[in-house]
Design a protein around this ligand. Structure first.
Ligand SMILES: *Cc1c(COP(=O)(O)O)cnc(C)c1O
Length: 396
């Protein structure tokens, strides 16, 4: 089929035409002033999107996973203790990476569908009177379950316990589509990737690093070369990179930030909230519910839909791909088969979302699930119509 449908996976996301064009540039000498002219506004824009006041932005040719690795290897040493919670596939993978790096990982298990258990985190921090925990790792938006955690609350827990640990936050599926306040939340390292909220192809890990995390660089002994912040910062000071940067993606990143700021970050976040709410109305009309246990945990970038007993979410995803050429996300790990995921982050409009909801319904009907065709679409239409005026008025 030659038609190009939008994707509804929670990353990579749909790429706006303007960004595709911005990435398509002739070869450029990355040691020339032309590169610095392109790079500096991108870095400045990232500071605004992350809500940074101090510290440094690091942009690596990599992906979000490489951003995690860069965060831990630049700040920690073998055997260092870290505290984190596991409540989905992405929090799990970060834990696995830390263990493979020889860190001593204290894991608080939480049911999938719940967020970071703040009270238990605080208790663990209070119990650590010798301050052996060097860093707390948090997944802001657990993409596997569609759960948003309270990072401000986690900062309050650290402060209430009087604990000096660094706070590292995975914002790969939230940053650029949901509010993120690095300075306000006292985040020491924030990790993003290019292919989600920034609407670019995969290929960049984007990090915000606080002054405190930068100081940790000097004593950290985990091995790193390609990801060494010290080399990056030395090269940045001269307007360049220690190696060949992903020049096209950086050109696209500058355009991405321009687009986000032209719309206005608060409007971008409001748009994602509306799209998420419309999705949740559809899910309720189908007689299903989000995997996220309570409304305060609902993610505005991805909804993991719990499918009825006897139904298989993966079958729906496969059918959508083969029959209709539309991509949804499968359930991962513990929730494999039990959910399918609708990504509603990055470039997405009301009209695009409705097409995805309609496709999901066709698949449900095809699979013999007990769902009335049009029921979820109607619920979403109703909400989108009613909330559109308010959104337009606010944008004006
Ligand atoms: C996508 C994602 C990652 C992994 O990022 P890659 O760019 O695929 O390496 C990590 N964490 C979260 C929360 C994600 O959504």
């Amino acid at each position: 089929m030659s038609a190009q449908n939008p994707v509804f996976i929670p990353g990579p996301t749909n790429i706006p035409e303007e960004i595709r064009k911005a990435c398509d540039i002739p070869t450029l000498d990355h040691r020339s002033p032309a590169f610095a002219r392109m790079f500096k506004p991108a870095v400045a824009g990232i500071r605004r999107v992350l809500g940074m006041q101090q510290g440094e932005v690091i942009i690596l040719p990599s992906t979000g996973t490489g951003g995690w690795e860069a965060a831990i290897t630049n700040s920690l040493s073998s055997g260092d203790r870290i505290l984190t919670a596991r409540f989905g596939m992405f929090s799990h993978r970060w834990i696995d990476m830390c263990q493979r790096h020889g860190l001593d990982v204290q894991v608080i298990e939480a049911p999938w569908g719940m967020g970071i258990p703040l009270a238990e985190m605080e208790a663990a921090l209070r119990a650590d009177t010798s301050h052996s925990i060097k860093a707390v790792l948090a997944t802001h938006n657990e993409t596997a379950t569609g759960v948003k955690s309270d990072i401000a609350g986690l900062r309050r827990a650290l402060d209430a316990a009087g604990h000096p640990a660094l706070l590292f936050v995975d914002g790969v599926s939230s940053i650029g589509s949901m509010p993120f306040d690095m300075a306000g939340w006292g985040v020491d390292i924030a990790v993003a990737g290019s292919q989600k909220g920034f609407m670019l192809p995969a290929g960049l890990a984007i990090l915000g690093v606080s002054p405190k995390a930068l100081r940790a660089m000097d004593s950290a002994t985990l091995p790193r070369t390609f990801f060494d912040f010290r080399d990056m910062l030395k090269a940045y000071a001269a307007g360049g990179y220690p190696y060949t940067p992903a020049v096209g993606l950086i050109a696209g990143l500058a355009k991405s930030i321009e687009m986000l700021e032209d719309e206005g970050l608060s409007h971008v976040y409001a748009r994602h909230h509306r799209l998420a709410e419309a999705t949740r109305r559809a899910v309720a009309a189908w007689g299903m519910s989000p995997c996220a246990a309570t409304p305060d945990l609902y993610s505005d970038t991805v909804t993991a839909v719990v499918v009825p007993n006897g139904c298989d979410g993966t079958e729906l995803v496969q059918l959508a791909a083969t029959k209709y050429g539309v991509a949804f996300g499968v359930g991962l790990g513990e929730v494999a088969g039990k959910v399918f995921r609708i990504g509603h982050l990055g470039m997405l409009s009301d009209v695009m979302l409705l097409s995805g909801l309609a496709t999901a319904e066709m698949c449900m009907a095809d699979l013999g699930w007990k769902v009335q065709l049009g029921s979820g679409v109607a619920a979403a239409q109703d909400y989108l119509r009613k909330s559109a005026n308010a959104a337009l008025a606010e944008a004006a």
